[in-house]
Design a protein around this ligand. Structure first.
Ligand SMILES: O=P(O)(O)OC[C@H]1O[C@H](O)[C@H](O)[C@@H](O)[C@@H]1O
Length: 828
């Protein structure tokens, strides 16, 4: 729908009931309207004007009502109240011959008398005599059936606001997490109680949460430390409840946060990072660390027996369920993570990312992969320019090109349709697209669209890989997509030259224009290579290689295979998570009882910190998700394997996870022994509802198996130590309702954001990769040496003993290899 269409639709919505509009009203051209048509147009025009006028008049009338009604009601009630109280003592004054409503009206006399009377009752009831009278009186009242109920309810309410805090009054306003994390409820602390259990004593607070104004509510027993105590008096709390939340202050602090300046509530300058201090020096980090030591003492078995805790750690958003109840965490842990996030200025950093600021400071670049899947009408700026239209220009170009290839209107040099695609690329220009491609293969809709087509990837430079890739293919029906952000990566360029030679050899050099296209940010080098710039699909330096699957890097090969409509669904899935990740404000989530979606957002960001992991395994029970493991390996390990902070300060703590995984049950027959009984490796289980439910394994990791259980099972004594499982091994479950293009997009974005959040919290730059650059320059050095040795017989020099020995040995044994191979075409 165009903007104009949307405007028209908006106008129609405002003015005329939809049912009266013919379906094709918007499309009708002037020439198509008959005489009847024009008169009906005139009529509907008059009707529209009359409706606008009526709507304007009714709006103004309602505005007047809205302003006058509360004033009138206030006056009416106040007047009625004064009158009523005035009249309360009228019999007494009548008796004295004073007619307070008559001719010698002494307005307010009865009122003043009543106030004095209430005051005197207060004094009397505070005395011993008064209290005794009250007790006897109450005893009688409580014996009367209906009256006793009215009296008790009224008494509770008045006790609540009683200045005498020794009564059963509301003692304090409390905010509790209810009904689950991310949602909060107002309540009043009414008393405290000590709960004695075998594990020790615990102080609990009775929190009364009104559910129907103040009269009806629920009582919750909550650990004292889990209660948030806002800076509000009981009276203010009651006002908030009675006003239905309307009198809640705009900013609320808790009592322990009094010293926190308002600026900390995420009112940050947009251009400058608030602090360059290391996160490990902050109090929330230290608190969390101490807490983690503490929580290790509680076995996951015990944590999992707390149903309420587990329920609060199960969140859902847009078809994805995240269950983090098997993390070594309590509600308190999550609270501490929030504090850590605040200390790390997490919200600010996310905001800066989405705002297109150059947060990749060592490369002076923005980080805007989220713009690659933004809706067409979104505005995401980089250097003051909205990048979304550029993104959609390329997407439109891909759509058009892929449709032409798929429907056979773009054919090869010999006129045959191009049904096979080989995508050459490495690292980020390969792993993401491979993951999505593998996952889409089991989506029935996608596989239907891919019928008769083939997509392959060529990454490695081993000649065997090239041979395998082109085996059984004919250049006549093959399209080669060279994918390289820089268009300089040695492996990719070598493979590109190889396949160019393969095409030229079979079909002649001019065929390259029909059989080779490119995806790159470096269009100059693309042209130099010999690919027509019209057949090049651009992306931008604000897209990091490992974050580029949603650019032409992934969209082009995947659209060629599955059609653009499928890939668009994938982009929409990723965008749904992006919007979720960026939309709600931090304060909102904390203070305005955001729903589970908000919680998911934060939990998803935090989960990785709960276990203080050094190593993580991604275990998917779906073979089709198998390639997510290598993709996450790159996204996570290349992003967060850093040794210095973003300001270049060496980090006194370790960053980065070691990610690995296996699809299906392959892992069970490979490394699960280690995760059950060897090192503790937190695991992510990714499952799909319509496939297998991986819960048995997660429980085995969490619960383990004790020696007592084994004894009961009559296991031989000497085998008991070997068959005992300590359990207490954390894991996380991500459950997708199905595995289609949309869900795959969501999954991708979840992991991308999680990695970004890790980096934001650690205070590192997750978007550069100087370690890889080092590897590249070392490789260049070796390549130069090999070439010089082979062509000029130069000795191996400048390396340490070990490398020199190995290179010399290699040179001796590979004397038949050409000096610097231009291609890797198999020597058949
Ligand atoms: O896309 P290219 O420029 O060919 O780069 C391919 C890969 O090169 C290096 O390994 C980088 O560290 C990766 O992030 C990148 O994805």
């Amino acid at each position: 729908m165009t903007t104009r269409d949307m405007e028209i639709e908006g106008d129609l919505e405002l003015l005329i009931p939809v049912a009266e509009i013919p379906q094709n009203a918007k499309c009708r051209t002037p020439s198509s309207s008959s005489t009847v048509g024009s008169s009906s147009h005139r009529l509907s025009g008059l009707e529209a004007i009359s409706k606008v006028v009526r709507s304007w008049a009714s709006k103004k009338f309602m505005t007047g009502c809205v302003i006058l009604l509360p004033i009138a009601v206030t006056f009416y009630i106040t007047w009625g109240f004064v009158h009523f109280v005035d009249g309360f003592f009228s019999p007494v004054y009548d008796h004295l011959g004073i007619n307070i409503f008559g001719k010698y009206n002494i307005a307010g006399l009865g009122f003043a008398t009543s106030i004095t009377f209430i005051f005197l009752v207060g004094i009397f009831m505070s005395s011993w005599l008064g209290a005794s009278v009250l007790t006897i009186g109450e005893w009688f009242i409580k014996k009367m059936p209906l009256v006793s109920y009215i009296y008790s309810s009224s008494k509770q309410i008045s006790a609540a606001i009683s200045p005498d805090q020794t009564t059963n009054a509301f003692k304090e306003v409390a905010i509790i997490r209810h009904p689950r994390i991310g949602e909060y409820a107002f309540g009043f602390i009414t008393s405290t109680v000590i709960l004695q259990r075998s594990m020790g004593e615990e102080e609990l607070c009775c929190v009364y949460v009104p559910t129907n104004h103040l009269y009806v509510g629920d009582i919750f027993l909550i650990s004292t430390k889990d209660i948030l105590r806002p800076n509000l008096s009981v009276r203010e709390g009651i006002e908030i409840i009675i006003s239905g939340g309307m009198s809640v202050p705009q900013i609320m602090t808790t009592k322990d946060a009094q010293t926190i300046p308002a600026a900390r509530l995420f009112k940050y300058p947009s251009s400058k990072m608030a602090s360059s201090a290391l996160i490990c020096d902050t109090q929330p980090w230290k608190n969390l660390k101490a807490h983690v030591e503490d929580i290790k003492k509680t076995h996951l078995r015990d944590l999992l027996s707390d149903t309420e805790r587990c329920n609060s750690m199960m969140v859902e958003f847009d078809g994805i369920v995240l269950d983090y109840s098997r993390q070594q965490a309590t509600v308190d842990t999550v609270d501490k993570l929030y504090n850590l996030a605040e200390a790390a200025h997490l919200q600010e950093k996310i905001h800066r990312m989405f705002n297109g600021e150059r947060i990749n400071s060592t490369e002076n670049r923005s980080v805007l992969h989220v713009a690659l899947r933004a809706p067409r009408n979104a505005v995401i700026n980089s250097d003051g320019k909205n990048v979304v239209p550029d993104v959609w220009n390329v997407l439109d170009k891909i759509k058009e090109f892929s449709e032409r290839v798929r429907n056979g209107s773009w054919v090869g040099a010999t006129g045959k349709p191009l049904t096979n695609v080989i995508a050459i690329g490495i690292g980020g220009s390969f792993l993401g697209p491979l993951f999505v491609h593998t996952a889409l293969q089991t989506d029935p809709e996608a596989s239907r669209f891919a019928k008769g087509r083939q997509l392959q990837f060529l990454a490695n430079v081993d000649p065997i890989d090239v041979a395998k890739n082109i085996a059984g293919l004919s250049p006549e029906t093959t399209l080669v997509v060279v994918v390289s952000k820089t268009f300089t990566t040695a492996e990719t360029m070598l493979n590109a030259r190889t396949l160019r030679a393969w095409i030229s050899k079979e079909l002649g050099p001019s065929a390259v224009a029909k059989h080779m296209v490119a995806v790159s940010t470096n269009l100059t080098l693309v042209e130099k290579f010999g690919i027509d710039p019209n057949n090049a699909f651009a992306f931008w330096d604000w897209v990091g290689g490992r974050y580029s699957v949603c650019s032409a890097v992934g969209v082009l090969p995947l659209s060629l295979q599955y059609g653009f409509s499928i890939v668009e669904k994938f982009l929409k899935g990723a965008s749904s998570i992006d919007q979720h990740f960026s939309s709600a404000s931090f304060e909102k989530i904390f203070l305005e009882n955001q729903a589970a979606s908000g919680t998911f957002r934060f939990v998803e960001r935090m989960e990785c910190f709960i276990s203080w992991i050094s190593c993580k395994s991604h275990l998917t029970l779906l073979p089709s998700l198998g390639e997510i493991c290598p993709h996450i390996q790159q996204v996570s390990m290349e992003s967060n394997g850093k040794g210095v902070s973003i300001d270049g300060v060496p980090l006194p703590f370790e960053t980065g996870e070691i990610d690995f995984g296996e699809p299906g049950t392959n892992g069970q027959h490979s490394f699960y022994q280690l995760i059950h009984q060897g090192r503790v490796i937190p695991c992510d289980f990714i499952g799909v509802v319509k496939s297998q439910q991986p819960v048995y394994l997660e429980d085995a990791l969490a619960y383990g198996k004790t020696a007592e259980q084994l004894q009961k099972e009559n296991v031989q004594q000497h085998l008991i130590p070997h068959k005992t499982f300590s359990g207490n091994r954390p894991s996380l479950c991500i459950l997708l309702s199905s595995l289609d293009a949309y869900r795959i997009g969501q999954l991708l974005a979840i992991y991308e954001h999680r990695v970004a959040v890790q980096g934001f919290i650690w205070g590192i730059n997750s978007f550069d990769q100087w370690g890889v650059e080092l590897g590249k320059s070392l490789a260049t050095q070796v390549r130069k040496q090999l070439n010089a040795s082979r062509t000029k017989g130069e000795p191996v020099e400048g390396f340490n003993f070990s490398t020199t020995t190995m290179l010399t040995r290699y040179l001796e044994e590979s004397s038949d290899v050409p000096a610097d191979p231009q291609t890797l075409l198999p020597r058949i």
